[in-house]
Design a protein around this ligand. Structure first.
Ligand code: ADP
Ligand code: MG
Length: 456
């Protein structure tokens, strides 16, 4: 079965090239002919048939390893170590976010070493789900069985589910914890049937001879009749044997309307919990946690104080996107060999965060815009000259100041060197005149637009 990294390899390379501006020559010389030999225990083994490349693996790893690792993470949403390896030797490794020796050899797919309870930030958005998951991990197969966790993509379902796996294995390394995605489950069943195993005995044996089943994204099984049926056989067998079952999904069981009620109700036999989007404080805490994690692994990252608040404030989609954004900012800072500043973050995240251009409109700015429009200087506007050519622009400027700044009438008067009553009179005059005078109305629209195109 090919791995997502292998499937997406060409896209990963293209992405790395575009995103990190790798020059054509470097790309064609070092990177184009790399391919994935295998993916095992969260390590992507990269090799090439070209001698010029394999003999330069040290260089390629040092120069492009981090970028490739980041690109793999971006494209697969999964953190891997990468290892450059020719047929004969094995050289440089670029570490993923954790020590590969920590990879736990559970059954099924490898658990991500970072997806632990310790690394899970608890807030009111996930408090119940977290507490329930921890309790299920402490007494597997007991009260919370099955544990059903649902929520939108990128909110931490897989992380929480794998935390349970880690926790159980840490307490008892002999426990057979099986983590699978619905896709793996489906593919293994199909493989087993294809091999002529009509009642897939080996498949059943494998799935029933475990202590904990963590099955991720169950929504992809529901509706696939044969797989669904097989899943419920497994479910029943494990449930009766008091083995812990943890299920994640993008929706609550009641939303699986095509699923027969007798199956659907089984999902609710234990407990159903959900994850909701994080608030600002949670986002800051998660970003800080991810940063600490990277730093504890030896990454030397200088990130300025306003970067994390900027990201937390502006990224509203989900935690995966938030984390991807942090990776992007750090990658760019590394390439440019500068600290991660807010400006750099704005640039790195320009596709993700629409710049708000929230410029503060000040009276000075309005005066300069009006003066320029009428081909005069700001000091003309502020002068005591009374001729109409200057008096009208001055009135308009006062009016715009009262409309688009927070200054009081008295403050505006002070700025223009006029008394309170004059300002009120002028503002009122323009307000009435603009509704009667078409050309004045047009002028004000143009000026408003010049002051800030977002004001409508
Ligand atoms: P889902 O499975 O719901 O789509 P994941 O579990 O893959 O989401 O989470 C996406 C990313 O967000 C992961 O890298 C995960 O570590 C991170 N994440 C989600 N929730 C939290 C949290 N509460 N604390 C720390 N990291 C989190
Ligand atoms: Mg997931």
């Amino acid at each position: 079965m090919s791995n997502l990294v292998q499937e997406k390899w060409d896209e990963i390379l293209d992405f790395a090239k575009q995103e990190y501006n790798i020059s054509n020559v470097s790309f064609n010389t070092w990177i184009k002919d790399l391919y994935v030999k295998k993916v095992e225990d969260n390590i992507v083994y990269i090799t090439s048939d070209n001698n010029n490349i394999t003999s330069n693996f040290n260089h390629i790893s040092a120069k492009y390893g981090f970028l490739l690792k980041t690109a793999i993470q971006e494209m697969t949403e999964c953190a891997y170590d990468i290892k450059f390896e020719s047929e004969t030797d094995s050289v440089s490794t670029v570490k993923a976010s954790s020590d590969p020796s920590k990879v736990i050899h559970n059954q099924g797919l490898p658990l991500n070493p970072d997806y632990t309870f310790d690394n899970f930030v608890v807030s009111k958005n996930n408090q119940l789900a977290h507490a329930t998951a921890l309790k299920a991990a402490e007494s597997p197969g007991d009260i919370y069985n099955p544990l059903y966790i649902y929520g939108d993509s990128g909110l931490g379902k897989t992380h929480l589910m794998q935390s349970i796996g880690h926790f159980i294995l840490e307490n008892d390394p002999d426990k057979k914890v099986m983590f699978v995605t619905s896709d793996t489950f489906t593919n293994e069943l199909i493989d087993s049937i294809r091999k002529g195993d009509a009642s897939p005995a080996a498949f059943r044996e494998k799935y029933r001879n475990i202590d904990v089943l963590l099955i991720d994204d169950i929504q992809f099984i529901i509706g696939k009749d044969r797989t669904q049926e097989e899943f419920f056989y497994t479910f029943n067998a494990l449930y009766e044997a008091k083995k812990q079952i943890v299920i994640t999904s993008d929706k609550p069981p009641k939303d699986f309307t095509t699923l027969d009620e007798r199956w659907r109700s089984r999902f609710g036999w234990g407990i159903i919990v959900d994850l909701t989007p994080p608030d600002y404080e949670t986002k800051v805490a998660i970003l800080q946690k991810k940063l600490d994690l990277k730093q504890s692994e030896g990454s030397n990252i200088a990130i300025e104080n306003d970067v994390i608040p900027y990201m937390a404030e502006n990224i509203n989609s989900n935690i995966r996107t938030l984390e991807g954004a942090l990776t992007k900012v750090i990658a760019l800072a590394k390439i440019q060999k500068t600290p991660a500043t807010k400006e750099l973050a704005e640039y790195a995240l320009r596709d993700l965060i629409i710049p708000t251009h929230k410029k503060v409109i000040t009276p000075e700015f309005i005066i300069s815009v009006v003066a320029e429009h009428y081909h005069m200087s700001p000091s003309d506007i502020l002068s005591s000259k009374r001729d109409k050519a200057i008096a009208v622009p001055r009135q308009i400027a006062m009016y715009l100041c009262s409309e688009y700044t927070d200054n009081t009438i008295s403050k505006i008067g002070e700025i223009f060197g006029r008394d309170h009553a004059t300002v009120i009179h002028n503002v009122k005059k323009i307000k009435t005149d603009r509704s009667k005078d078409f050309s004045l109305e047009e002028t004000i629209k143009v000026l408003t637009n010049k002051i800030n195109p977002d004001i409508k």
